[in-house]
Design a protein around this ligand. Structure first.
Ligand SMILES: [Zn+2]
Ligand SMILES: [Zn+2]
Length: 493
């Protein structure tokens, strides 16, 4: 089988087959990086960010890009590799100048910290240092728990299951009462879907806050077309469909806690399928930098020699999967033969615009920070009957008693007590801030069904203090990058 892209005179053996076309290694790498670069040059704003602009001395002519890198996510690593090659080219063509610098931001948890740092170190030494120019990359690490330790106030949120009204008690936190991720996921979340959702909300918030404080011009996200379609469908399933337009928006500047930001969001990998990204990493032998590379090697790809088949015994039962895992599996299963479905999902979603708001004043969800267009509490209240029918017979009476004594009944009693306590507090407290608590429909449902006692303590992100100062700019790694600066200067002398 020959590559269909090579010149007729000397065709290489095909190694990859994707979208009904056969590629050799070289042509495939070119195919993937062209797709990414096309997105990076999609409009004037991004062209100006990524290109080398003349005159070079002009202030602000070098853009600052934030690249969130997750070493368990193939998309972000492939993106970094292509960005790296672009920088190498610019240095060569523009007499040691580049159009932009890159802040690489990795969020870690206590459990992953050592392996993340180890892999990052080899990535810096084996790859990033190949760029013969200092101060292009800066490596940052954030502990995910900064989300809790950086905010000075938290809201104790609870939902009234009678009419879906939300009550919140705001309180300040001191060092003794700091929350941590483990506590939230272990004590509050009732299932894996809510754990995944809250973790991903935290990560996104941290990345955006970092970009805001660090004055970045753009955040480039490593989502593939497959991944974006997964997110879109998951948002719809979770009742967060109204967020799709803002999520995909790469034309407007972002807003954070109602403050305008100087950065835009971009998805440079959005024209690539995840099987293509996996194959790209394998061909360029980059999987060794990933934390779960054994797993990655078994992921579906489109290499001709190494068609992988997911191991049956490793497949989870559907009922044990999170909503995200179910949609991921669906898109992974169809992407080899029906990739057009994936692009249709994305193209359709791309056409969506923000819904018209029926709110009297702009509101944001206290948990996920997304805009709220319709008040979900009153809508749910209108369509749901929550009152129970009265007890009439002695049989019903004893059944009710039994229920009250059961675990479920006891937990309900606890919930009612907590609800009354928070309700009373908010009634006594005439602080204006506490009155207008809003959650989006998706988070309201999450709180109502997947969180213990329908009660969650969540940081008030608008009280987040400087994230930048508590970010571990990794000294060792940046030193390696800087040492290189000294060495390379010497070499030039
Ligand atoms: Zn070829
Ligand atoms: Zn929300």
């Amino acid at each position: 089988m020959e590559c269909q892209r090579c010149p007729v005179s000397g065709r290489n053996l095909a190694t990859v087959e994707s979208r009904k076309e056969k590629f050799c290694d070289e042509c495939f790498i070119k195919f993937v990086s062209t797709k990414q670069r096309k997105q990076m040059m999609k409009d004037e704003f991004f062209r100006n960010l990524f290109k080398v602009l003349y005159p070079l001395e002009k202030e602000g002519s070098v853009a600052r890009i934030l690249l969130p890198l997750s070493l368990s996510d193939s998309g972000s690593l492939a993106m970094l590799d292509i960005v790296h090659d672009l920088l190498l080219e610019q240095v060569k063509q523009h007499n040691n100048h580049t159009g932009f610098t890159v802040d690489i931001l990795t969020i870690f948890t206590g459990e992953t910290v050592s392996i993340v740092k180890e892999r990052m170190e080899s990535l810096v030494k084996e790859k990033l240092l190949k760029l013969n120019k200092p101060n292009i990359y800066k490596v940052h690490f954030i502990d995910i728990n900064e989300f809790f330790s950086n905010t000075s106030r938290v809201s104790n949120l609870i939902i009234d299951d009678g009419n879906f009204e939300i009550f919140a008690k705001s309180k300040s936190v001191d060092s003794g009462s700091r929350l941590c991720l483990r506590e939230i996921l272990g004590e509050y979340c009732l299932n894996n879907s809510s754990r995944t959702d809250l973790t991903s909300i935290i990560k996104t918030q941290l990345i955006k806050h970092f970009a805001y404080e660090n004055d970045n011009d753009a955040i480039i996200w490593g989502h593939s077309m497959t991944k974006l379609s997964e997110v879109i469908i998951s948002l719809v399933v979770k009742g967060k469909g109204s967020q799709i337009a803002t999520f995909l928006d790469s034309e407007s500047f972002d807003t954070l806690d109602n403050r305008p930001c100087n950065y835009k969001n971009l998805y440079p990998m959005k024209d690539l399928l995840s099987v293509e990204i996996e194959s790209f990493l394998q061909i360029k032998s980059l999987t060794r930098f990933l934390i779960n590379f054994e797993e990655t090697n078994a992921k579906p790809n489109c290499l001709i020699a190494k068609k992988s088949s997911p191991l049956l015994d490793q497949q989870k039962l559907v009922k044990n999967m999170t909503i995200n895992e179910i949609t991921t599996k669906y898109f992974q299963d169809i992407q080899n033969d029906y990739s057009n479905i994936i692009s249709t999902v994305l193209r359709t979603a791309d056409k969506l615009t923000e819904p018209r708001s029926s709110m009297t004043k702009p509101s944001q969800c206290q948990i996920c920070q997304s805009k709220i267009y319709t008040d979900p509490s009153s809508w749910l209240d209108r369509i749901t009957v929550t009152s129970s029918c009265p007890i009439e017979t002695s049989e019903e009476e004893s059944a009710f008693k039994q229920w009250q004594d059961s675990k479920l009944g006891q937990s309900h009693t606890r919930y009612v007590e907590l609800l009354n306590e928070i309700k009373k507090d908010t009634a006594n407290n005439h602080d204006v801030d506490d009155k207008d608590v809003k959650l989006c429909y998706g988070c309201l449902i999450l709180l109502n069904t997947s969180v213990k006692d329908k009660n969650l303590i969540w940081p008030e992100v608008d009280t987040m203090s400087s994230l930048l100062s508590s970010t571990k700019d990794d000294k060792e790694l940046n030193e390696i990058l800087n040492q290189f600066e000294i060495n390379s200067d010497r070499e030039e002398c």
